[in-house]
Design a binder for this molecule. Sequence first.
Ligand code: AMP
Ligand code: ZN
Length: 114
Amino acid sequence: MTDCIFCKVASGEIDSKKVYEDSDIVAFHDINKKAPVHILIIPREHIPSLLDMDTEKQALLGQMNSIAIRLAKEHGVAESGFRLVLNCNQDAGQSIDHVHLHLLGGRPMGWPPG
Ligand code: AMP
Ligand code: ZN
């Protein structure tokens, strides 16, 4: 999608600090990190929200999860603990309409989230 920030990050049109990429998935550091480790994992395909990831996209969601686990290990937060967050729509605070999984770690995080 031409107007989407994360499509542009995926294609390289917008610079980012990438930590992983393959033919389906890209992962990069969040530009405004909320924890010492804050990485976003996105599909290359423009998928607006989790609501669009029905049965045929479940495998892609699984790939995003696997990469998040791998990156948690690589960034040293697997043992200390980490959180995966996928905000969907307004009340959850989704600000970019291209599915993204947050990997957060490196500090204690409160529960429930605000
Ligand atoms: P959400 O509020 O769940 O939609 O999360 C969007 C996230 O994208 C926020 O944490 C932003 O800091 C992050 N973000 C926005 N633009 C960029 C960008 N160009 N590169 C990296 N992270 C970004
Ligand atoms: Zn997009």
